[in-house]
Ligand binder design. Structure first.
Ligand code: SF4
Length: 181
């Protein structure tokens, strides 16, 4: 086996998130080079493969579980990942996506696609996975190994978490972040 194939395999994904947690990951700046040298990023919005791979060492999940597609992806992630990290407040608590939980999904769709539409006021029939009734934090759907709060978690916290995981250290990363920051 080559040293290249022996690298830990890392995946990142956003479900119902705003991409801000991924932006914070990119804010690790030049340390990204260290990370990329230490791991194989095999699935992520920044590498864009089409299917979630098998045998992933660690997957960072941004965003809440809000649709049938999100739920299917969460189950696949859990099945194929040794470690799953809830990345950011939306994954950890539901946060912004869960603000819609006071309303029925039909009310939301009516508001978005009918009441506020100047033309063609109707629900979309393609391209939108059905919403589940309540947006949920990731751990409500699958077992989660590590939680990293923050909106978004600071780049230092994300970098520390990843390097601690790679080193096999117990992480104290929550000292670097807090909910809503
Ligand atoms: S936790 Fe904040 S930054 Fe991350 S996806 Fe949710 S709203 Fe965006």
């Amino acid at each position: 086996m080559s040293s290249e194939t022996a690298k830990p395999k890392v995946a990142t994904i956003w479900l119902d998130g705003c991409s801000g947690c991924h932006m914070s990951l990119l804010d690790t700046d030049e340390r990204l080079v260290d990370l990329v040298n230490a791991v194989d990023v095999i699935y992520s919005p920044i590498v864009d493969p089409k299917q979630f791979p098998e045998d992933v060492t660690v997957t960072l999940v941004e965003g809440a579980v809000s649709s049938e597609h999100d739920r299917e992806m969460a189950l696949i992630i859990r099945k194929n990942s040794k470690l799953v990290v809830s990345l950011g407040d939306c994954a950890v608590t539901g946060n912004v996506p869960a603000m819609r939980n006071a309303f029925k999904t039909t009310e939301l769709l009516d508001r978005a696609y009918k009441e506020n539409a100047a033309h063609n006021a109707k629900h979309p029939t393609v391209g939108l996975s059905p919403l589940i009734e309540k947006a949920q934090p990731l751990h409500a759907v699958i077992d989660v190994d590590l939680f990293l709060p923050g909106c978004p978690p600071p780049a230092d916290a994300i970098f520390t978490l990843i390097t601690d995981i790679l080193a096999g250290r117990e992480t104290q990363v929550t000292e670097l972040t807090r909910f809503g920051r």
